[in-house]
Design a protein around this ligand. Structure first.
Ligand code: SF4
Length: 446
C-alpha cells in the first residue's frame, strides 16, 4: 500500500489519526507532520462527506511537496459515496460495515426476515463493488473497520451484541472482497472493552482461517481514554494479541494530542519478544489465583506497559484474578496501584471510575480534553462507574450501551446526555452540559 507494506513479513506499522477539521488543510498538514515526525507510519483523517474527501487531495499534495510520503487514510462513516471520492486521493480508505450502507445502530428495527436480510446484503454489494473497482484503478487499499459501538441493526437482529455478530459484520464484507479478488485489505475490530476486543479478534482470525482468508489485522482498543489508564488499557488489549503473534499494524487511541500515541505504540511493538517471554513466566508463576511477576524496566511508563502487555491475555482469559508486580525501584503502594489498574483494564476488579473517552477526530464537536478533565475531577470518587465521553455520535450511542452514563457531542455547541443507551437530555448547550451530567449522575445514584 502506498510506499509501505502491511502484513506478511513487513514490520508492524504504527499509526494515528488527525483531530483537526479535515477542511483545514494547513492544520491537517501540520498535525500530520507532528505524527510522522514522532514515528507514525500512517495518518488517518476523518472524511464526513465529499467536501472533506476532496480536501484530502490538497492535504496529500502539500505533504508530498514538503517531502512527506507517508500513506494517508480516509475514515468514512454513513456515506458510501464519500469512500468513492476518498479512494481517488488517499492511499487507504477505511469503511465501517456497521454504517457503510445501513444507517448504523438505531435500536429500532430489530426484526429481519430472511428476504429483508438478503436484500440488505445485496444493497451492500451494489455499493461495494464499484468502490472496489475505483480502489483497484487507483491502487488504493481498504480497511474494513468494525466497531463494537456501531454494529448495524441488521447484524444485531441476527447475532445480538456478540463476538459472533461483530465477526460476521466483517465477514459479510470480506466475502465480497474475496469474490472480487480485492486483496489490498486490512481488517480491524475494535471495542472499548478489552475482553470483547481480544475475544472477537481471536474469533475473527479463526473464522478467516476456516474460510481460507489471511488478511492483515489492525489492532486497537477504541475509546481507551487518556493518561496512564488509557495507556494501560491499550497495552492490555493490544499487548494480549501481539504476544500471540496477532497484529500487523496498531493504534493506541488516546484522548490526547495524536502524536502522543506514537511513542506508546512504538514501545508496545518493540517489547513484543520480551513480553511474550514474560507472559510465559507470568503464567508459570500462577499460584492461588495470583500472578506474581518481577519486571525489569528503566522507568515507570515502560513498567506499566510491559506489565500490562505481559499479563493482559492471562487476565482476559481469567487464568488468575490477582496480580502482584515486583520492581526494586518503586514502592509497594505504587506497584499495588498499577496492579489494580491492570486488573481494571482487564475487567477483573474495579477500584476506580472508568472513563470510556474517544480520541477525538475531525468530527469532534467540543473541546474533548478540557471536558474530560472537568468530568474526571467531578466524578473520580464514583468507583466502578463507567462514564462515556464521545466527541460525536459515530460510536457514541453504541459504546454508551457499555457505559453507565454518557456525554456525546450532538451538534456544534450541543451535547446529548445518556443513561446507558437511553438519551436522557438532547441537544443541551455545551456550557451547561458537564454540570447537568454530574447533577444527573448524583441524583440518579441517590
Ligand atoms: S466518537 Fe470521537 S473519534 Fe469517533 S468519530 Fe466521533 S469524534 Fe471521532
Amino acid at each position: 500500500m502506498g510506499n509501505i507494506g502491511i502484513g506478511g513479513s513487513n514490520p508492524i506499522r504504527i499509526q494515528s489519526m488527525a483531530t483537526v477539521d479535515t477542511n483545514d488543510t494547513e492544520g491537517c498538514v501540520a498535525q500530520a507532520k507532528r505524527i510522522i515526525d514522532a514515528g507514525g507510519e500512517l495518518v488517518r483523517f476523518t472524511t464526513q462527506g465529499v467536501r472533506e474527501a476532496e480536501n484530502m487531495k490538497n492535504i496529500s499534495a502539500q505533504l508530498k511537496a514538503d517531502g512527506y510520503q507517508t500513506p494517508l487514510v480516509a475514515d468514512v462513516h454513513f456515506t458510501a459515496h464519500t469512500a468513492d471520492v476518498a479512494a481517488l486521493y488517499c492511499e487507504k480508505v477505511r469503511i465501517n460495515p456497521g454504517n457503510y450502507v445501513d444507517p448504523g445502530r438505531t435500536f429500532k428495527h430489530l426484526e429481519y426476515t430472511d428476504e429483508e436480510y438478503a436484500a440488505e446484503l445485496e444493497k451492500i454489494e451494489k455499493k461495494l463493488v464499484p468502490f472496489l473497482n475505483i480502489c483497484k484503478e487507483h491502487h488504493t487499499a481498504v480497511r474494513i473497520g468494525v466497531n463494537h459501538g456501531s454494529l448495524s441493526d441488521r447484524i444485531m437482529s441476527r447475532y445480538g451484541d456478540t463476538p459472533e455478530g461483530i465477526v460476521e459484520s466483517c465477514m459479510e464484507f470480506l466475502r465480497i472482497f474475496k469474490r472480487e479478488q480485492f486483496n489490498d485489505v486490512v481488517i480491524s475490530i475494535k471495542a472499548s472493552n478489552t475482553v470483547v476486543m481480544v475475544t472477537t479478534v481471536r474469533l475473527l482470525v479463526k473464522t478467516m482461517d476456516q474460510e481460507d482468508m489471511h488478511y492483515p489485522l489492525h489492532l486497537g482498543v477504541t475509546e481507551a481514554g487518556e493518561g496512564e489508564d488509557g495507556r494501560i488499557k491499550s497495552a492490555v488489549g493490544i499487548g494480549a494479541l501481539l504476544t500471540e503473534g496477532i497484529g500487523d499494524t496498531i493504534r493506541v487511541s488516546l484522548s490526547e494530542e495524536p502524536e502522543c500515541e506514537i511513542p506508546v505504540a512504538r514501545k508496545l511493538v518493540d517489547m513484543i519478544e520480551e513480553c511474550t517471554a514474560l507472559r510465559a513466566q507470568a503464567e508459570a508463576s500462577i499460584q492461588s489465583d495470583t500472578i506474581t511477576l518481577a519486571i525489569d524496566a528503566p522507568d515507570w511508563e515502560t513498567l506499566q506497559l510491559k506489565a500490562a502487555m505481559a499479563v493482559g491475555a492471562l487476565l482476559i482469559d481469567k487464568k488468575a484474578h490477582q496480580l502482584v508486580i515486583q520492581h526494586p525501584d518503586f514502592d509497594n503502594a505504587k506497584l499495588v496501584e498499577l496492579a489494580d489498574a491492570i486488573l481494571q483494564a482487564a475487567r477483573i476488579k474495579f477500584t476506580k471510575t472508568e472513563y470510556i473517552s474517544c480520541p477525538g477526530c475531525g468530527r469532534t464537536l467540543y473541546n474533548l480534553q478540557e471536558t474530560i478533565a472537568k468530568i474526571k475531577a467531578a466524578t473520580k470518587d464514583l468507583v466502578g462507574l463507567k462514564i462515556g465521553i464521545m466527541g460525536c455520535i459515530v460510536n457514541g450511542p453504541g459504546e454508551m450501551a457499555d457505559a453507565d452514563y454518557g456525554y456525546v457531542g450532538a451538534g456544534r455547541g450541543k451535547i446529548s446526555l445518556y443513561k446507558a443507551k437511553e438519551c436522557i437530555e438532547k441537544n443541551i448547550p455545551e456550557e451547561e452540559a458537564v454540570d447537568r451530567l454530574i447533577e444527573f449522575i448524583r441524583k440518579d445514584r441517590a
